[in-house]
Design a protein around this ligand. Structure first.
Ligand code: GLU
Length: 430
């Protein structure tokens, strides 16, 4: 039986991130003999929403912005995934990020599908008032694309709890009366005061640390004393660093878009964490040496944690890197050729869909709290998060042994197995 390709794809290009995401999926699909029909369905998003909208700047000038919401798949439940505000946001990137959400949610057993969105904007160039107008207008323009049972956005690169609060408020204001509690579940990652969950902000970093701890268990070593470098010191990188340092990891280097800092004896992470909160950058922190950006990849460490953007670990950098494990806190940080190089050197890569799933797991807890009108205590959030992440890591390690494949392929194999099982039972409409 033939499988025809009827969709024209104007975003297909040499360096396509979406194509790279599809290639990862194809490799795992081969390993588990996934039905060709399911591959076909999963290779394109279900809905691609692109909106252009005006925002009045403080100067009085009117500027147009482009926003996206890509809904990849909802066979497991409502679409779920973050919103990214970054100058490089484009359709191809958001399509890849949306697909990764489907596999992430499936892997950790959440009742969600995958989506991602964003606006092509550098939020640092706008005032809070301008950003508020932008977020509210974008939300309004998305209309019924989102909803607590339809598609639930969350923070990602360049967005934060305050922006999620504005999304929720805008959505609630334009919705009819009733369901005020549940309406708050239209978005997660909100401030605790308006229906967010305790523990959500640190959740992704916490999950990254659980993944690293799990790897330590597998390889028979202690977490305390591990030398770690971190690329990215935003929400994910900074919380990971703080929690890892509490466990005795030695953070020898940390980088953000303003500087790369190193200290052989370990950076004073609590001080750097506070500095980064206050200054919104790490440049100027005095208790570490500032080094060249590229030197980050030359420092020998046990664990390297990319927590910034995609395609940061290139083949060229991979050749220079000396580490034993890479824990992908960011989405898509390692290029396919870099991965080959690293695997050739015996470096283990804990893939993004597994390593950074802590965020969406606690988003799910937040959504459950909004549905029930009850808030959970921080120790409930932490213990349930730990259980889910641990269980997913166990499953991936078992799959890896069974298939004799890489960590990434095993993660996709677990994820695809669940999706295939649901498709087998539900069938394909009509
Ligand atoms: N943006 C995060 C991610 O890539 C969180 C998504 C969510 O909480 O829905 O996983």
């Amino acid at each position: 039986m033939g499988h025809t390709w009827a969709v024209s794809d104007t975003t297909k290009r040499e360096d396509s991130l979406h194509e790279a995401a599809n290639a990862q999926i194809r490799r795992a699909a081969d390993l588990i003999d996934l039905k060709p029909e399911y591959r076909l369905i999963l290779s394109e998003p279900e809905n691609e929403v692109v909106v252009n909208f005006p925002v009045r700047l403080d100067s009085g000038e009117l500027r147009m912005f482009r926003g996206y919401r890509i809904q990849h798949n909802n066979v497991l439940g409502p679409y779920k995934g973050g919103l990214r505000f970054h100058p490089d946001v484009d359709l191809d990137e958001v399509k890849a990020l949306a697909a990764w959400m489907t596999f992430k949610c499936s892997l950790v057993g959440l009742p969600y599908g995958g989506a991602k969105g964003g606006v092509t904007v550098n939020p640092r160039e706008y005032s809070d008032r301008e950003l508020e107008r932008l977020v509210r207008r974008f939300t309004h323009q998305l209309g019924d694309t989102i909803g607590p049972e339809i598609d639930i956005p969350a923070p990602d690169v360049g967005t934060n709890a305050q922006m999620m609060d504005w999304i929720m408020d805008t959505y609630a204001n334009v919705s009819g009366p009733g369901g005020r509690q549940q309406l708050r579940g239209v978005v997660t990652g909100k401030s605790v005061a308006v229906g967010g969950s305790v523990g959500r902000e640190a959740a992704t970093g916490q999950g990254v640390l659980y993944a690293l701890r799990h790897w330590c268990g597998e390889t028979g070593q202690r977490l305390a004393g591990l030398k770690v470098s971190i690329q990215g010191f935003g929400n994910v990188g900074s919380h990971f660093a703080r929690l890892a340092a509490l466990e005795g990891c030695v953070i020898v280097a940390a980088a953000d878009h303003t500087a790369t800092l190193a200290n052989h004896d370990g950076i004073d992470v609590p001080a750097l964490f506070d500095y980064a909160r206050t200054n919104r950058r790490i440049r100027g922190f005095e208790k570490a040496d500032e080094i060249e950006t590229e030197e980050l990849f030359d420092i020998p460490v046990d664990a390297f944690v990319p927590a910034a953007l995609e395609n940061q670990i290139t083949a060229e950098r991979a050749h220079r890197m000396s580490c034993r494990v890479i824990v992908e806190a960011a989405n898509g940080p390692t290029t396919a050729t870099a991965e080959q190089t690293l695997m050739g050197k015996g470096v283990e890569i804990i893939p993004d869909v597994l390593a950074n799933a802590g965020g969406v797991v606690v988003s799910y807890f937040e959504w459950l709290q909004n549905q029930s009108g009850r808030s959970w205590r921080v120790d409930d959030v932490d213990s349930r998060l730990r259980e889910i992440i641990w269980d997913a890591n166990d499953k991936v390690v078992r799959m890896k042994a069974q298939l004799g494949c890489s960590h990434r392929e095993a993660a996709y194999a677990v994820s695809l197995t669940r999706l295939a099982d649901v498709y087998d039972r539900r069938g394909i409409f009509p």
